[in-house]
Design a protein around this ligand. Sequence first.
Ligand code: URA
Ligand code: SF4
Length: 239
Amino acid sequence: MPRREVLQELNLWPVWRLRVASPLPSDVAGEVTLSPDMPVNRRESILSMEWDELRQAVSGCTDCRLHETRSQAVFGIGDEQADWMLVGEGPGAEEDKQGEPFVGQAGKLLDNMLAAISLKRGRNVYIANTVKCRPPANRNPEPDEVAACEPYLTRQIALVRPKLIIALGKVAAQRLLETDQTIASLRGKLHQAEGIPLIVTYHPAYLLRSLPDKAKAWEDLCFAVRTMQGLQSTAQIAS
Ligand code: URA
Ligand code: SF4
């Protein structure tokens, strides 16, 4: 049996791929839909958008229930040609209010983490989230919400083409790597997502609650810096 079918059978194939891979109802006239409000060609259309169109699509998006409770969608911010891309989970209260990722308490820690490796928000760094709208009461996004929001992040990654992605926390890591493995088993290794090298570390909000793991997050950042140095020197040799 092909791998995808096996994973589907075991219910392990991520739901955001399942949506695309599922057989389509063939008896629907006109535009084929998987659910009444989600055209199948929606994903393809998002994957061909340029920045302005993508930004507009996100700000008006009503494709999952998270739009009902958001104040505004939080698109992402930073250098659109950055070498570094950081991916979090979803907006919290402060982000929902201000429209920018990582501006609350966790964001302050993230800024300090970036400063520790001589990086700064917006300068060679792009920051985005797995879901663009705040889950109520800061709960984790549900798999169907992650699935609905998947094309936006996928397109952001394709447009930025960073040299390295850092997945912050479980939701981002599992979504980007299409896995259900834990952070503990994913960190310390060089992965790939969308053809781009990817490193996993703890989410800054988790680090605020779990100080001992800050040392491990520091190791991850050092690993990321070494990896980036390697990637940048390889690029120089190639050019
Ligand atoms: N946590 C996240 O994952 N993203 C944010 O933007 C803020 C907090
Ligand atoms: Fe749309 Fe994503 Fe917001 Fe859901 S979370 S409404 S898919 S932008």
